[in-house]
Design a binder for this molecule. Structure first.
Ligand SMILES: Nc1ncnc2c1ncn2[C@@H]1O[C@H](COP(=O)(O)OP(=O)(O)OP(=O)(O)O)[C@@H](O)[C@H]1O
Length: 224
């Protein structure tokens, strides 16, 4: 059996708020296999974003163990964590965070150049992903010239540009109207499946969650 893309054991995280300690994550265990698409459900404030930040190696302050692609994150220095994010993980957020002065295709090319992909190959890959998302006629548009759904699709293409083993998505269609959200989400899932990436997708939407391979729920700091 192939090794998991992510394995977390006993993940904990607490915050101080106004002198009061809140234990948000109280011992979360989760294993995600290659290509597995997992929905992360939980009420507002239950710690979904906090969990994605931990797995994305974006912040410290966590207890427990996180392994990404078989490597214990605790052993990685700052630069190695950045390399792990770049080479193995893709990120999609509720808001697109595209670079406003770059076109759609440039936004998808850039992370590849940072990963030392040659320019021509990076451009071909960006074109392929944007085409697959129905944005073939929008390659040279800047984010401000795109609709919300189109911006979010560019963000999806950017997340997949470096062929990540896993995509971490935090309410990736949360700022879109329902019809657009459904369409973009369907395209997102189809592309992630086609690419063979695993994904962990935080959402409030039970219906979208049901279309994924597995659903886990955060409740009172643990997964159910
Ligand atoms: N940097 C921080 N400092 C203090 N408290 C924090 C911090 N980050 C998160 N929290 C608290 O941790 C809890 C979980 O927040 P988190 O954003 O992970 O929840 P969530 O499940 O993603 O919520 P939502 O569905 O509303 O996005 C909340 O009570 C939040 O206020």
């Amino acid at each position: 059996m192939s090794s998991p893309v992510v394995r977390i054991i006993g993940l904990t995280r607490s915050f101080e708020q106004g002198g009061v300690r809140i234990d948000v994550l109280r011992g979360v265990d989760l294993t995600i296999r290659p290509g597995e698409i997992v929905a992360l459900l939980g009420p507002s404030g239950s710690g979904k974003s906090t969990m994605l930040q931990a797995i994305g190696l974006l912040e410290g302050g966590f207890g427990g163990k996180i392994e990404i692609a078989g490597t214990d994150a605790a052993r990685l220095g700052k630069d190695q964590r950045a390399a792990m994010r770049r080479d193995h993980l893709g990120f999609v957020y509720q808001f697109h965070h595209l670079l406003p002065d770059f076109t759609a295709i440039e936004n998808v090319i850039l992370p590849q150049l940072v990963a030392d992909v040659p320019r021509e190959a990076a451009e071909a890959r960006a074109r392929e992903l944007l085409d697959a998302l129905g944005l073939g006629a929008r390659l040279d548009h800047r984010p401000s010239q795109l609709s919300g759904g189109e911006q979010q699709r560019v963000a999806v293409a950017r997340a997949l540009a470096n062929k990540p083993q896993m995509v971490l998505a935090d309410e990736p269609t949360g700022n879109l109207d329902e019809a657009t959200a459904n369409k973009v989400f369907e395209q997102f899932l189809q592309l992630v499946r086609g690419e063979g990436s695993a994904a962990l997708v935080a959402t409030h939407n039970e219906r979208l969650a049901a279309s994924m391979d597995r659903v886990v729920r955060l409740h009172e700091g643990v997964l159910q």
